[in-house]
Design a binder for this molecule. Structure first.
Ligand SMILES: Cc1cc2nc3c(=O)[nH]c(=O)nc-3n(C[C@H](O)[C@H](O)[C@H](O)COP(=O)(O)OP(=O)(O)OC[C@H]3O[C@@H](n4cnc5c(N)ncnc54)[C@H](O)[C@@H]3O)c2cc1C
Length: 335
């Protein structure tokens, strides 16, 4: 499988250090918890072929009930959240494999060889570690630099160094990113997800740079926008070409008449224009989103929730409503 289509598939890809098609996957993510699935969502949405390996000791599965992961007012049980993470990663385009990574080593060329407990080894251009409890399977890549001594209950242990990677997951090993373990960020699930997202976004930018993009263009956002926000002038593609020149030409490391500049501009303009969706598409995606979510919820809880909402909407009287919301039985006339 190759890096995604784009200027990098041109003849000068090799000159820019792009591997183009030499590996099984563009990205191999080790760990399918919050950090790993989050990283995979960003890389797969970019079109990078992404595999997520997930088996072994999980921090998330030790939580009794998650009450501080944003978006779930009464908390969320771990099984539902874990299944939602996996469904999200798969919908984004990740391949999920239930297998344990035993070692990651350098492959011939610039990528990595990923050895598995059960399956055949695979190769990947980039690897993301997202395993809160371990990282020693990476040790062949940078030896003791990856290890720190930690005191736990009065005893000293060796473990994967929490500060080995930078905040965006980059490491001294080219192509290796560590989302987890990490200092601080892996202590709460929502922070682990954010750290995975940062690593995923870093990989997207690095892959684009491999395709000839320069940093300011490569770091463009993954947003979905409302077409209604566009004035008429922006329906014209040429306006976007002007926008690109105004915004990025000054930073460009190549002449604006060059083939590389033209190719990057073409791809970047295509990328930003495709982010806009019309009201019908917004409605369709909203419906799909609700349906996908509902498929993961307990049917009885959904029926109860819908019934309670309908009841609350039907009650006009604020006093009675507050009793019902508090779970009390209202009394008195007219109830
Ligand atoms: C008892 C307990 C309670 C907690 N309660 C909360 C809480 O209430 N709120 C909160 O925000 N945080 C809580 N946390 C912390 C939370 O679990 C972590 O912050 C979060 O899960 C870290 O995410 P992660 O993706 O880095 O790692 P993990 O959640 O550990 O996910 C790593 C995944 O990688 C897989 N894996 C591991 N090794 C390999 C390998 N070699 N190959 C392939 N796959 C592998 C595992 O099976 C796992 O699915 C709690 C932690 C514990 C231990």
């Amino acid at each position: 499988m190759a890096e995604r289509d784009g200027p990098g598939d041109s003849a000068d890809a090799e000159e820019r250090g792009d591997s183009g098609g030499a590996f099984d996957y563009d990205v191999a993510v080790v760990g399918g918890g919050p950090a790993g699935c989050s990283a995979g969502v960003f890389t797969a949405r970019e079109g990078l072929s992404t595999v997520v390996f997930d088996r072994g000791r999980s921090s998330l599965k030790r939580c009794a009930h998650l009450e501080n992961y944003l978006g779930f007012p009464a908390g969320i049980d771990v099984e539902t959240l874990y299944n939602l993470f996996h469904a999200h990663a798969e919908t984004a385009g990740c391949t999920l494999v239930s297998d344990m990574v035993t070692t990651v080593d350098r492959a011939d060329g610039a990528g990595f060889a990923v050895e598995l407990q059960e399956g055949d080894p695979v190769t990947a251009r980039r690897v993301v570690a997202a395993t809160r409890y371990d990282g020693t399977y990476l040790q062949g890549l940078d030896g003791d630099a990856m290890i720190e001594t930690n005191e736990h209950h009065g005893e000293e242990h060796e473990r994967f160094a929490r500060d080995y990677a930078d905040r965006d997951g980059t490491t001294p090993v080219d192509g290796l990113y560590v989302a987890s373990p990490s200092a601080g960020a892996d202590r709460q699930a929502i922070l682990a997800a954010a750290r995975g997202a940062r690593a995923g976004r870093r990989i997207v930018a690095d892959a684009r740079r491999g395709d000839g993009w320069w940093e300011s263009v490569a770091e463009d956002v993954d947003w979905v926008r409302r077409e209604a926000e566009l004035d008429d002038e922006w329906t014209d593609r040429e306006r976007w070409v002007e926008w690109f020149d105004e915004r990025y030409a000054a930073d460009a490391p190549v002449d604006t008449d060059s083939e590389r500049y033209r190719q990057v501009r073409e791809a970047a303009v295509e990328h930003v224009r495709s982010a806009y969706i019309d009201p019908d598409e917004i409605e369709e995606r909203a419906e799909q989103g609700q349906e996908a979510l509902a498929a993961h919820l307990d049917a009885e809880a959904v029926v109860d929730g819908v019934g309670e909402r309908a009841l609350l909407e039907a009650i006009d009287d604020d006093a009675i409503r507050s009793h019902v919301e508090a779970g009390e039985t209202p009394s008195g006339d007219g109830v």
